[in-house]
Each structure stands twice: as C-alpha cells, then as structure tokens.
Unconditional design. Structure first.
Length: 657
C-alpha cells in the first residue's frame, strides 16, 4: 500500500500499530507532509517542533518512504545512539522499508588497534592506565564495531582511551599495518553503502570543514536533516577556525618518543627534542594563569607570553627537523614528522596578527590550554558549504524560534530563502504548568541576590515536595547553592559533578522527591517524565558571560556596522537557552508542574516581553501561596485563580510592587 507522508502518522497509519500509546498529532502530520515536499522538491526548511510533537518520526517516516539517500545529524552521541538503535528500527519495521541504514561516529569513538598495541607495552603510563588498557585489550578480541561506548568497564573519559583511539593528526591511514582491520574505516565503508546514515554534528562539521581539501568522511547524499539544529552555529565556530592545544603538543612529543624507541633506536637525540616540546608547552601554560577565556591581545604579562611562544616555536621546529631527518625509517616517524609540520603551521597562524573577521584567543583549563583563531561569523562559511553538498536541507529543534520567528537561526547558519515552520507542542501548558515570578527579588547584580534565590528554592521545594531541578547559569552559583542548601532540605540533594550525569538522573528518578542542582549540561537533553520532576527553578536569565572574548569581539563587529549586538545576538541566544531550561518540565501529556524564574529582569525590563513570548503559554503568578495551592491540588486539575495572570500575559516594565 502506498501512503502519503501525512497519513503515515495518522491513527490508521502504519506507525499507529507499532508505537505504544500512539496518539495522532496534527503538528507531527503537518511536519511529515512538509518534510516529504522538501525531500521531493529540494530547498531548505527550518522548523521548530515543540516538545511532544514527535519530530523524529515526522522526518524519519518520509525519509524512509521517499527513497532518497539521506544523512541525519543530531547533537550528541547519546542522541545518535537513541535515534539509531531505538527510533529508526521502529519506523523501519513499521513501514516495511528496504532502505539500508548505518551509524557513523567520529574517529575518537572507535578503537584504534595500532595505538592500542603500540602503547600496551609502554611502562611509563602508570598503573591506572595500564589496568584500563588491559580491559580494552580483552574487549578488542570480541568487539565487532569497535565503538568505545560498548565497553562499560572503562569510562568514555578514561585516560586510557587516549592511547587506544586515534585523532586526525596521529592516524596513519592506509599506511597503517592494521588498516584492513580498522573499525573506523569499516564503519565508513558501511556508511558509504547505506541509504540513510546517522551521524552527529561534530562529524558533519568536520566534513564541511575538510570539503575544500577534497577529503570525504561522509558519503554524498542529496538530503540532510540536522536535528537539535540550535547547536549547529556555535559548534561550527570550532571547525571553521584554527586551533592548537597543549594536549596535541604533548601527544606529539609522546608519540615521537615512542616512534624513536621502535623505529630509530640509535637516534636518542629525538627524545630530547620531544622533551623540549613538552617542556615548552607546559611553560606556556604556566604563563596563562588561572582557568579562563582570554583574547590573545589581552593576555597579561605579554612579554613573558611572547617569550614562551617563541620557545615553543623553536622547540617545535627542532623536533620537526629531527623527525624529517629520520622519517624514511618508519611509518610512525613519518607520520609524526607530518604532524610536527602541521602543528608548526597552525602555531604560526595563531601567533600572527588578528584580522577584522577573526579573533585569536585562549581557553585555559586546569589541565591545559587550547589556542584558537575563530571566525566572528560562521554563516559565510557554513551556509554555502551546506548548500553545495545537499539539495534538501532540514533544520529542526524544539527551540529555534525567538518570539515566534526563526530569522535569528537562519541568519546564523547562512541559508537565504529558508522556509520557516513552527509546529506547536500538543501539550496544554496553560493547564499543565504554572510560571512563578517571585515578587520583590533584587537585581542579580546586588550582593544579596543569591541568598534570595536560595530562600526561594527552599520555599518552592517545600511546596513541591522536592521533585525539582534547580538550574544555574554558572558553576560558582551552583557551588553557593550547594553550600547553602546542604543539610537544610528534607529531600535528597543531588549535585552536578558528584557523579556522571546519567547516574544522577537515575538517582533522581528513583528517589521520587529529590532536588538536583545543575548547570548548563542539565538545561537540555534531559528527559524526566512523570511526578519525579514537578518543578524547574532557574536562577538567572541565561545571558552569555559579558567578558567572553569571542562574544566581545562579535559585539564590537556588530557595533562597527551600526547594529545592536544585544538585540541581534545576546537576547535571541538567551531566549533559546531559556526555552531549553523551561522545556525540562513538561515532557508528557500527563505531566504538571511549576517553572520558577527568579530573575526580576524578566518582568522589569522591556526586553522581557520578547523572552516571555518565546516560552510556552503558561499561567503566571507572583506569590508563593499560588504555588502552594497548585501543588496542594496535585492529582486534580488546577484552575488559575485571581492571583494568576492568564497565559500569555504582557511583560511589565514597572518595578516590583
């Protein structure tokens, strides 16, 4: 039987009999019809599909039914796995599709047999890494895919993976003795033969960044779907610039020394040259001070910084010359020689003068630094490269629109003439949710603000019986709240950083009345349905830090063009992030709860209307008594009383009464 795209997702369609608790949704059917037209006719479309629309099925069904080759890119590896192992097989079976599908991740997600065996006998790695490598070696004998996510016994961020996976810099490619057994290239071969390939944004952007070099890591496909598309422009900044990290320098030094000991035993001077690069990189880190982001031109102690950069340039050149002289003696030495040349060229570019379109800046952490030269605007690079590779482009997310339009997103990705669609959430937010804007809150800049936020959290979670996320805009604010609330709540307190995110979420669900404190990693990509999460508390409006060097440079560039950086950049980004945080609350048609936004700028400042208009339509209140009444009616339908404003309500520019 032949189905049109909309009917695929109707109550009488093929998906209805395969999906538990299937419910026909107008927005999902409309989106499927629009996607089918896009696949057939070509062009570009950006669409916001509100929570509960079912956007994944809305694009997968017409893709599999349409018969055109496609790439689907999503934001994270976890979402990629969910899409490939859960959603895609269900739609595939329901439609009886004959399309072949494949999963492809970045090279760092696959076991590298060459590096695993090269470092397995290295006694300098320490007991912990040696024990982890032993577990990886045992797994290597039985894995088929080589996907590191399979091996739960070794955490994905364990240090041993640096010695058992490859990077673009250190991969030997077809010159590798293990090439015929390489998990990465086998995954790429499967992807090249598939009709639909599931990737992530990092891999997609790596392909786009390499396109001018003629390198292909993704197959050609006329259709590209970018899910969680709100993440794409910021991620693109990493790929359309130049970067050099202390980790890359230390890894080169380590690999060069290992290559010398296996392929040039009679050239001990190479080890001294490698040590010089390592020492120069560590010395440069010492001049950068505490963890921060800073424009290169603003680095304090400029003379000392330039001196250490000069030493690094010299050390890298010396190692490069030593490797070049021995490169013919082995594949590992030749590969290291090429890496030394590549890193030296990047360092020269980074140390050069800035231009009006790029910023040279450093991201300093407790473990090292990354020196970047980033474009101020990725649209001129991103848009044309996307359009040149794909006839049909779909960008979708639950959070793309700002106050009802998607112009901001379309400008950031550089796609002209992009069709815009908004499919509202099928959930009844006006009935299911209440927005509480606490009365009498001081300005976030006032010294007592955080104490008032903590008091607000205590009063709200007392009313909700725990069951709350408290989301913060900084780690410092999170730490203050943890110190204040520990021992004061009668509910389990879970804090980001005390355990991996997945474990914290599992504990939160199991407890049923916990309070979880988190920063931006909990603002999106977290799905807790049911009564366990009945309250989301947000400490401040999520404006980007004003001292971020890239943000400041972009502001300066917009001002130079006579444009308003706050209205064009800061406010739209804050609106999207705020929507993400608020969106944690209502995840199902039976969910109900309260969103608390402590920041009084939302109703005192004129721009608050734009932020409020970007949120789902919820009844609003100003007093804790209304929140208490809401939760007092748990189990029944809440009716907004006179203390509530109907949704949506206009923002007020008047001060708090």
């Amino acid at each position: 039987m032949t189905w049109n795209a909309s009917d695929l997702l109707s109550a009488g369609g093929p998906l209805a009999g395969c999906v538990a608790d299937f419910a026909e949704r107008d927005g999902q059917r409309a989106m499927a019809a629009d996607v089918a037209s896009l696949v057939r006719d070509g062009g570009a479309m950006a669409c916001e599909a509100g929570t509960g629309t079912g956007k994944t099925f809305a694009y997968l069904a017409p893709l599999l039914a349409g018969g055109r080759r496609a790439i689907v890119s999503t934001g994270t590896r976890n979402l990629q796995d969910q899409l490939y192992f859960k959603d895609l097989p269900l739609v595939h079976r329901a439609l009886g599709s004959r399309a072949t599908v494949a999963l492809l991740k970045g090279r760092g997600n696959y076991l590298c047999l060459h590096r695993l065996h090269a470092f397995s006998q290295d006694g300098r790695l320490g007991r912990q890494v040696a024990a982890q490598l032993a577990r990886i070696r045992a797994w290597a004998t039985r894995t088929v895919s080589g996907d590191v996510a399979e091996l739960e016994a070794v955490a994905e961020d364990a240090p041993a993976w640096r010695f058992a996976t490859s990077t673009r810099d250190n991969c030997l490619g077809s010159a590798c003795g293990w090439y015929d057994q390489c998990h990465l290239f086998e995954a790429r071969r499967r992807a090249a033969a598939a009709d639909l390939v599931v990737v992530n944004h990092h891999l997609l952007l790596a392909q786009l960044a390499l396109s001018e070099e003629g390198a292909d890591i993704l197959p050609e496909a006329p259709v590209l779907v970018v899910d969680e598309a709100h993440q794409l422009p910021d991620l693109a900044t990493e790929f359309f610039g130049v970067s050099l990290s202390s980790g890359q320098l230390l890894e080169l030094a380590r690999d060069a020394d290992l290559a010398r000991r296996t392929e040039a035993v009679d050239s001990p001077g190479l080890s001294a040259l490698a040590d010089a690069v390592e020492h120069a990189a560590r010395d440069l880190l010492l001049t950068l001070g505490a963890p921060r982001r800073v424009a290169r031109a603003q680095v304090s102690g400029a003379a000392a910084f330039q001196d250490r950069v000069g030493r690094l340039v010299g050390a890298l050149a010396g190692l490069g010359e030593g490797l070049a002289a021995t490169a013919t003696r082995g594949r590992a030495l030749a590969a290291c020689a090429q890496r030394a040349r590549t890193l030296a060229a990047r360092l020269d570019l980074l140390a050069g003068a800035d231009d009006e379109d790029h910023l040279s800046w450093l991201d300093v952490t407790g473990r090292g630094f990354t020196w970047r030269r980033s474009p101020l605007d990725v649209a001129p690079e991103l848009g044309p490269r996307l359009a040149s590779r794909h006839a049909s482009l779909l960008f979708t997310s639950a959070t793309l629109a700002v106050a009802g339009d998607l112009d901001h997103f379309c400008r950031r990705v550089g796609i002209d003439g992009c069709v815009q669609r908004i499919y509202p959430s099928p959930f009844d937010h006006a009935r299911q949710a209440l927005l509480y804007l606490p009365r009498g809150m001081p300005s976030p800049r006032e010294p007592g603000y955080q104490a008032r936020v903590h008091a607000c959290i205590e009063s709200v979670v007392a009313a909700s019986g725990g069951r709350a996320f408290a989301l913060f805009t900084s780690h410092a604010a999170l730490a203050l709240a943890r110190d204040r609330l520990a021992g004061r709540l009668r509910f389990p307190l879970l804090v980001q950083g005390e355990a991996p995110r997945a474990q914290l979420l599992e504990r939160f669900r199991e407890a049923g009345n916990a309070v979880l404190l988190g920063t931006y990693s909990f603002w999106e990509g977290v799905d807790v349905r049911g009564d366990a999460l009945s309250c989301v508390i947000i400490d401040k409006l999520p404006f980007a830090p004003p001292d971020d060097p890239l943000l400041r440079a972009r502001h300066a560039a917009l001002k130079a063009q006579g444009r308003d950086p706050f209205m064009e950049q800061q406010l739209p980004q804050a609106a999207i992030t705020l929507k993400q945080g608020v969106g944690r609350l209502i995840r199902d048609a039976t969910d109900r709860g309260v969103v608390v936004i402590c920041d009084p700028r939302l109703h005192r400042m004129g721009y608050g209307r734009r932020l409020l208009d970007s949120l789902p339509p919820m009844a609003r209140c100003r007093d804790i008594a209304t929140v208490q009444a809401f939760f007092g009616g748990a189990g029944g339908e809440y009716t907004a009383g006179p203390a509530c404003e109907a949704a949506p309500a206009s923002a007020s520019t008047a001060p708090d009464p």
